[in-house]
Design a protein around this ligand. Sequence first.
Ligand SMILES: *Cc1c(COP(=O)(O)O)cnc(C)c1O
Length: 241
Amino acid sequence: MSADTDFSRLKRSLADNLALIQKRIQAASRRSVIPEQEVKLIAVSKRQPLAKILALAELGHLDFGENYVQEALTKIREPALSGLNWHFIGGLQTKKARQAAGTFSMVHSVDSLKLARALHKKAESLGVVQPVLIQVNLAGEARKSGIDPDQLPMLARETASMENINLQGLMLMPPFADDPEHSRPYFQQLRQIRDRLEKDLGLSLPHLSMGMSMDFEVAVEEGASMVRVGSKLFGPRMDCA
Ligand SMILES: *Cc1c(COP(=O)(O)O)cnc(C)c1O
């Protein structure tokens, strides 16, 4: 069996997964609390082989999500993968912010003023504007990234005032649950928090990045503008990063 045949088969199976997920997103968006909302599918490619990412890219898919800066940079620098939009969705250490600014189409995981400042400083030195979202930790989970909702207005106000940062909305990772309905209250809460922030601070925050393989349809119903789907699209991840 030739490698080409393997790749063609891989591409066909990814095309099927992609079509199914897009169909389910469209159906969910017809039930959405925000009618006509456009929903962007971010293919979460962390710990997925290059061949699968390339296959999806050849199918015309443009938006990919990564969790680890080093792993992401390897993929971004791969000539065969040029021209794609890379989203940073993982926890970002301040010292890695310099590598992230200007590299990713969007950083979804800003959760401290220190991190926002580090991104801003690097973006400023590059002469670019870095689009970001603020990640909110709604359940108060100690080991998860995300800012406490109490501190969100301060962080949003400060971040929105930075010239080389473009704050576009909020991101959420609800507590792990087997039942997607358990995520619904968190998705609803994030939308309400966004709506209130827009009013109170006079900001436009069009994006809500929420929903993964398990619960993306519920997220779309509750107003997600971006869903981050990995395993349901690509299959299981490789064990070690
Ligand atoms: C890994 C990851 C995803 C995708 O998870 P799946 O369950 O494979 O869809 C989405 N968002 C974040 C922040 C992740 O780390």
